[in-house]
Design a protein around this ligand. Structure first.
Ligand code: BYC
Length: 330
């Protein structure tokens, strides 16, 4: 019956009758809304899907520090600088909770990071776009964190316990992030004409990349059907994208800014906006590594990892020494 909830690619999701006893018992736990904990039995595919999604989510938080970190030294006031610093530090914390959640599934943080650096794991496409002006920092908070919350609030109910619990904390912090972004946009949109122009330009450049954050259209989404059957994902990509547009358009209107979409129109029948799809060719190019900043982002991450090697080595040596002296004392 769970398969009926699945909106995409449902032909690939196996019915209860096609499962082994263990798989069926697992699926029934999911269907009852029980949380799965790391020591519970789980199908290999469930474990792999979670490692992929949580790992990519963690990488997104860490790589996501880069476009905003770019503006810490150039924030317009001391207060804005302190807020931005706190936000970027929060992203590091989110990455760490998520790597810990992934580690409960039997993969190490080092392994995940090596996969990222080898180009074998993804991070969110959005972070391959540059932050050219201060208004972009407003747009990132307002739109990028806004899209992230839209995706992450339902993930608080995801079936895997450690991921779900990490999401509860992350969502609290993300709402502060979204509000600080909107606050920057309000200042810029109500400022002088150059500031208003910067705010509009930031919206123009970040609108479609933000829509892409929800993933390909449901027709193209390869993982949604199985992930929804396992309640790893709660909504389809298109459902969340629609909710995001419906929430964000009135906010843009409040700011006196124009969403860069000539086809944007309220549709009374569906109770939501009709809007233009992002350019999916561009999306898939960014995923292949051909976005404006892919190379720069990976170079920065690899350099940070290499520069930090002496700290990791030092901590390991210290831990080994302590372990050796404790063992000797016993
Ligand atoms: N970018 O079958 P689909 C943040 C990939 S960070 C890159 O629909 P799925 C923040 C997808 O991985 C917020 N790749 O996949 C941080 C798959 O490829 P693989 C990050 C994407 O997993 C700092 C293929 O396309 N949030 O908020 O069912 C500062 C087919 O897609 C993207 C999360 O990570 C993309 N946008 O659904 C500020 C949320 N979209 O893996 C803010 C958790 C799709 O087979 N993740 N792909 O090689 C999810 O909810 C889901 O993984 C997605 C994709 C909705 C993203």
């Amino acid at each position: 019956m769970y398969a009926q909830m699945v909106k995409t690619d449902s032909s690939k999701v196996r019915d209860l009758s096609e499962m082994t006893d263990e798989e069926r018992a697992f699926q029934e736990r999911i269907d009852r809304g029980e949380k799965i904990e790391p020591t519970d039995w789980m199908p290999d595919g469930y474990r792999k899907t979670l490692i992929r999604q949580i790992g990519q989510h963690a990488h997104s938080e860490i790589v996501g520090q880069l476009p905003e970190g770019n503006w810490i030294t150039r924030a317009p006031t001391l207060e804005r600088k302190a807020i931005l610093l706190a936000k970027v530090q929060d992203e590091a914390g989110h990455g760490l909770y998520l790597y810990c959640a992934a580690e409960t599934l039997g993969v190490s943080r080092d392994e995940l990071i090596e996969l990222l650096h080898a180009g074998k794991m993804k991070y969110s496409s959005i972070f391959n776009y540059p932050t050219l002006t201060w208004a972009d920092i407003g747009a990132v908070g307002w739109l990028v964190d806004g899209a992230a919350i839209m995706n992450q609030v339902p993930l608080q109910r995801t079936s895997f316990g450690p991921y779900s619990r990490a999401m509860v904390r992350i969502c609290k912090e993300e709402s502060f992030h979204q509000r600080q972004g909107f606050d920057i946009m309000m200042k810029m949109a109500n400022g002088n004409s150059a500031q208003r122009h910067m705010a509009q330009d930031a919206l123009n450049r970040f609108w479609y990349p933000s829509l892409m954050m929800f993933g390909p259209s449901d027709k193209e989404s390869v993982h949604s059907a199985q992930s929804m059957a396992w309640k790893i994902k709660i909504n389809t990509n298109d459902e969340l994208r629609q909710k995001f547009v419906d929430q964000t358009v009135p906010q843009a209107e409040y700011l006196g800014l124009t969403v860069p979409d000539e086809n944007l129109e309220w549709n009374e029948d569906k109770g939501g906006y009709d809007f233009s799809e992002p350019d999916w060719t561009e999306f898939f190019e960014v995923l292949k590594g051909n976005g404006p900043c892919n190379r720069e982002r990976m170079e920065a991450r690899v350099k940070a990892w290499d520069d930090g090697a002496w700290v990791r080595d030092g901590l390991m040596a210290h831990a080994e020494k302590r372990h050796a002296s404790r063992t000797a004392a016993e």
